[in-house]
Design a protein around this ligand. Structure first.
Ligand SMILES: *Cc1c(COP(=O)(O)O)cnc(C)c1O
Length: 384
């Protein structure tokens, strides 16, 4: 295994080495990480629900009622009334006939891709789609066609050129490293025009965008139907863990029969489903979380523009600062950390070469004062 060491050392020399930090407190803006207190801007806990007392209480009560583990796959004996109720509530939330829980978003995307387009089919994906959608394409065996980021003309051209057969278009709703949004209406129109299905991965839009946080589709006035499928994750804005796919009755039944990442895995704990039900209720009821989040983003963008920072085109809580060179981004992230502020540097291969960035993400649990502290630290790091 000498080759592993060589490759690891090369990775370190290239400034691409990844390592984990050790958190010693719950997911909140003020966190104890690697032995020191800091202000964190790197979670996907957009609504501030991960450590919310009502969500934690639902997890506790759920564990008392259902135990710690589900003990089996959904198709054996792992599917409880808690999972079932959550599926019904999620379907109702996004306006779909049905929803199906998966253990993670990664597995949900793999499951849909593996079950849907047959080998002879074509899968059209935005170049910047999440890794799980791209990995799903490999598993499906269908031909992968990648189109330029958000470029509907490019997609249209590629659809028109493709031979007849099954087609599926897949796109992130909100792009995880850029914070920009897919043109959902145009995607849906192209899908209809070219007899393609559409899978929208709304990991970063659900809970954040649209009325009551119903997501990117709802913001565009659309709901899942026979041709539009929605994948939503529960570990981001909803603060818990897991994912779901929403769509037609026939889609959900197909996934239950054929999605291997659904069939061959243990159902998530029922207590987690109970916690998610509590989180979903808070998400629906508390609009102030989304309003506050928007005001934090506005304050940050105004302040960053004053500092002449290079913002990206984003109105979501994901606010990347484009730095460019990988080492420069790493150095800035380290300098911020020395000032007690946690902002991760995102490097290739997660983003294209030469587009390293600081990925700042906001949560409804942040205060305006937190944003000011971040801006102050960014200002002093930039001056150096
Ligand atoms: C996080 C993420 C996923 C994976 O979801 P998990 O539940 O964390 O596995 C899928 N797609 C996108 C766009 C994501 O950001």
């Amino acid at each position: 295994m000498k080759d592993l060491r060589t490759a690891l050392e090369q990775r370190r020399r290239d400034g691409l080495y990844r390592s984990r930090r050790l958190a010693e407190s719950p997911q909140r803006p003020e966190r104890r990480i690697d032995g020191r207190d800091c202000l964190s801007f790197c979670s996907n806990d957009y609504l501030g629900l991960a450590a919310h007392p009502q969500v934690v209480a639902a997890l506790q009560t759920g564990a008392q009622r259902w135990g710690a583990g589900s003990g089996a796959a959904h198709l054996l004996a792992g599917h409880t009334a808690a999972h079932h109720a959550l599926e019904e509530e999620l379907a109702d939330f996004v306006g779909a006939p049905r929803a199906l829980l998966f253990s993670t978003g990664y597995m949900a995307n793999l499951g849909v891709m593996a079950a849907l387009p047959r080998r002879a089919g074509r899968l059209f994906q935005d170049r910047l789609n999440h890794a799980s959608l791209l990995d799903g394409a490999r598993i499906s065996g269908a031909r992968l066609v990648r189109y330029a980021h958000l470029d509907m003309q490019d997609l249209q051209r590629r659809l028109a050129m493709a031979p007849a057969g099954e087609r599926l278009i897949a796109s992130d709703g909100v792009f995880s490293m850029d914070g920009d949004c897919a043109p959902v209406e145009a995607l849906a129109a192209l899908a209809t025009e070219h007899a393609a299905g559409l899978l929208l991965d709304d990991a970063h839009g659900l809970g954040v965008l649209g009325p009551q946080g119903r997501g990117t589709l709802a913001q565009a006035g659309l709901t899942p139907d026979a041709d539009i499928m929605l994948m939503g994750t529960l570990g981001k804005a909803l603060g818990t863990f897991g994912a779901f796919v929403a769509g037609s009755e026939a889609l959900i039944e197909t996934l239950i029969q054929q999605a291997r990442s659904y069939v061959y895995t243990t159902a998530p704990p029922a207590a987690v489903a109970e916690a998610t039900r509590a989180a979903l209720q808070l998400c629906r009821d508390e609009n102030w979380r989304r309003e506050h989040l928007q005001s934090l983003v506005a304050r940050f963008r105004a302040g960053a523009a004053e500092l002449d920072l290079v913002l990206m085109e984003s109105s979501t809580p994901i606010q990347p600062l484009l730095i460019g060179e990988t080492r420069a981004a790493t150095r800035m992230s380290e300098a911020l950390e020395a000032a007690g502020i946690l902002v991760p540097a995102i490097r290739p291969p997660t983003v294209p070469e030469g587009e390293a960035r600081l990925r700042i993400s906001f949560s409804a649990a942040h205060t305006q004062a937190d944003v000011d502290r971040l801006l102050e630290a960014l200002g002093s790091v930039m001056r150096r």
